[in-house]
Design a protein around this ligand. Structure first.
Ligand code: G
Ligand code: MN
Length: 384
């Protein structure tokens, strides 16, 4: 089967000559500028895109972005008369397959097209395999593709709230705000994309804003647990007193994960103090899953500690997990910290955790994450 090729070139003479020399081997569509290219790309799928860099109504770099809005894998070959190092770097950075310096020989073009077509197919198969296997790795490998999908993730982002219950009273004492979106398979995929694109601050701001805006508890004592990425600590906006979140800071517990090293962040102690002066409290999240040493713990002086769910999973059958959770809980209590057991899925786990005296409980058994509903707070938890 012939490969489908889109040629984007405003110079008509060159475009016709390209079409003439290639139309025996390819099914070709032509576009004279970015707008026409966009038209073609929204209606058809191509195996390769060959585009001039200098175009009316936007450059080839814009075409590259346009392409990625419609297709995450199709290889793009850029052509240029005057290659400037900057454009070339930007093109490659955005995921252009290669760029050809005009004039080029027919053989050079054919080789580039052949290789691009094959690698494009490979990328599609890989993506299919990844999504069949349910791996997050289905993220596009290049920046332009990744930023397109990341933007969609930001645009479709919403917050699910999972209840956290008091062990003794069995009442809901608060909710953890959890990132959800339609554009990407898992919350971790969104975070990984943000890390790769250096956009953790954008993601964190959006999550915090949405988490605060959609949180409408009937009860004023209800707490809101919000996750922070280690990089969020360096975002000045986190320390602003005028955000939606800051307005309810006294109800907010900021969760700092133990999974990623917060050690890279300087001045942890000063930053924690600043957050407390705004009214926030701090929790160490996923305790037991990471490598955070005592320094992080000492510097953050968390009010709350959340046990990683791997410690909770099947705890009734594991004397080792039992001893660890018992030890952590007792130590935290002696330091005046409250302990949350996360990821409780079975009644056996719940019973064991109950015996161990963890203060607060969270997990699918007690309540799934869901959009904030007013009757959230009224719901009857599984009995403990
Ligand atoms: O890292 P952190 O603890 O913030 O992650 C919480 C994640 O765990 C959320 O994505 C949430 O949906 C998920 N989660 C919540 N409760 C349970 C549970 O009982 N079991 C499992 N496997 N996952 C859970
Ligand atoms: Mn958390």
């Amino acid at each position: 089967m012939k490969m489908r090729l889109l040629i984007v070139e405003d110079d008509e003479a060159l475009r016709s000559s390209l079409v003439r020399s290639l139309d025996r081997s390819y099914v070709i569509d032509e576009a004279g500028d970015g707008r026409e290219a966009s038209e073609c790309l929204t209606h058809k799928r191509f195996d390769v895109v060959l585009s001039d860099i200098d175009l009316p109504h936007g450059s080839g770099i814009d075409v590259l972005r346009l392409v990625r809005d419609c297709d995450l894998d199709v290889p793009v070959i850029l052509m240029t008369g005057q290659p400037s190092v900057d454009t070339a770097i930007e093109a490659m950075d955005l995921g252009a397959f290669t760029y050809l310096k005009k004039p080029f020989e027919r053989g050079t073009l054919e080789r580039a097209l052949g290789r691009a077509g094959t690698l494009g197919k490979l990328a599609r198969i890989k993506r299919e395999a990844m999504s069949t296997l349910g791996k997050n790795g289905a993220l596009p490998g290049d920046r332009a593709g990744l930023s397109t999908i990341f933007q969609q993730a930001l645009d479709t982002l919403w917050i699910a709230y999972q209840p956290i219950l008091c062990r003794q009273t069995q009442k809901t004492i608060g909710f953890e705000a959890l990132l959800r979106c339609k554009a990407m398979p898992t919350p971790n995929a969104v975070i990984e994309a943000a890390e790769r694109l250096d956009r953790i601050h954008d993601l964190g701001r959006r999550v915090r804003e949405c988490a605060a805006a959609c949180f409408k508890p009937c009860n004023r004592d209800m707490l809101l647990f919000v996750n922070l990425h280690a990089v969020d600590f360096s975002d000045p906006e986190l320390y602003s007193s005028t955000t939606h979140l800051a307005k309810i800071a006294s109800s907010v517990i900021l969760e700092v994960t133990e999974r990623t090293a917060i050690n890279d962040i300087t001045d942890t102690r000063r930053r924690a103090t600043e957050l407390r002066s705004l009214g926030y409290r701090i929790a160490v999240d996923d305790l037991g899953a990471g490598y955070a040493g005592l320094t992080t713990f000492a510097n953050l002086e968390p009010e709350v500690v959340k046990l990683d769910m791997s410690l909770v999973r099947n705890i009734e059958n594991s004397p080792v997990q039992f001893r660890i959770v018992e030890g952590i809980t007792n130590l935290c209590h002696s330091l005046g910290m409250k302990v949350v057991a996360e990821g409780i899925e079975t009644t056996r786990e719940l019973q064991t955790i109950h015996e161990l005296g963890c203060d607060y409980l969270q997990g699918y058994l007690l309540g799934a994450p869901q959009p904030f509903l007013l009757d959230h707070v009224m719901q009857q938890p599984a009995s403990i």
